[in-house]
Design a protein around this ligand. Structure first.
Ligand code: NAP
Length: 214
């Protein structure tokens, strides 16, 4: 499958590397066509990897990932182009973390709204599925146990993302469907606790496990 990776950070590179290993073709997009991180990733990932702008990546992908800094995701996806996202599954991994007042970051949207919902409203023809945002990048494609959440308004899109997650090492019984895209509020609002756990545990490579699950 051709996949567009919107984002050149650790998350984008981690997921894009796994996708290329799985024999998908991946185009990584940045604000500028010439981006050092994207070029380094293409060099390292080899055949099947390419780079361009956010719009190049979105138009290339049959399925698209949003792995941009959450406070800038709406701008990044606007640059990717509504027409390039229409009808496509858009896997939103971003968290709306606002670092402008230092650590710990605040959530730029929460409680009665979420970044996932903002993205779905801004791109009504895209099939937004929020996933993987509750764990560190390394855990996304190398699970340490526990569960991964998905939510979104399009059941078929969630089904396809669940299949893709299976290839990342998440069997269907460890994928928890939380319902519509409004459930992104909860997964995004977990981030302050995730950050505290990182401090308490001294490592970011942990995950949520559900006990007592029927
Ligand atoms: N790091 C993790 O382990 C982790 C885990 C779970 C979720 N997340 C979430 O995943 C997302 C990606 O995280 P990350 O650490 O890989 O990278 P990041 O540093 O948060 O984001 C990098 C991407 O954001 C884009 N960006 C930055 N400023 C922008 C602006 N003003 N306008 C448009 N785009 C802009 C960059 O564009 P250029 O390529 O042009 O520089 C780059 O592609 C974030 O939302 C983060 O909260 C991260």
């Amino acid at each position: 499958m051709r996949i567009g990776m919107i984002g050149t950070g650790t998350v984008g590179a981690t997921i894009a590397t796994k996708l290329v290993e799985l024999a998908h073709e991946v185009k990584m997009g940045a604000r500028a066509a010439a981006n050092e991180k994207a070029a380094a990733w293409v060099e390292a990932a080899g055949a099947g990897a390419s780079a361009g702008t956010f719009a190049d990546a979105a138009s290339f992908g049959e399925l698209v990932f949003n792995c941009t800094a959450g406070v800038h995701s709406l701008d990044a996806l606007a640059a990717a182009g509504e027409e390039n996202l229409a009808g496509k599954i858009l896997v939103d991994v971003a968290n709306p973390l606002d670092f402008s007042r230092g650590m710990p970051p605040a959530l730029s949207v929460c409680n009665t709204d979420s970044l996932g919902e903002q993205i779905q409203r801004a791109h009504p023809d895209a099939r937004v599925v929020k996933a993987l945002n509750t764990m560190n990048a390394a855990v996304m494609t190398n699970p340490v146990g526990g569960v991964v959440f998905v939510c979104g308004d399009d059941a078929d899109a969630k089904g396809e993302v669940t299949q893709l997650l299976g290839m990342f090492g998440w069997p269907p019984e460890r994928v928890v469907d939380l319902g519509g895209i409004d459930a992104a509020r909860g997964t995004e609002m977990y981030l302050p606790l995730w950050l505290s756990l990182w401090g308490a545990l001294g490592s970011p490579d942990f995950n949520i496990a559900i006990v007592g699950r029927p």
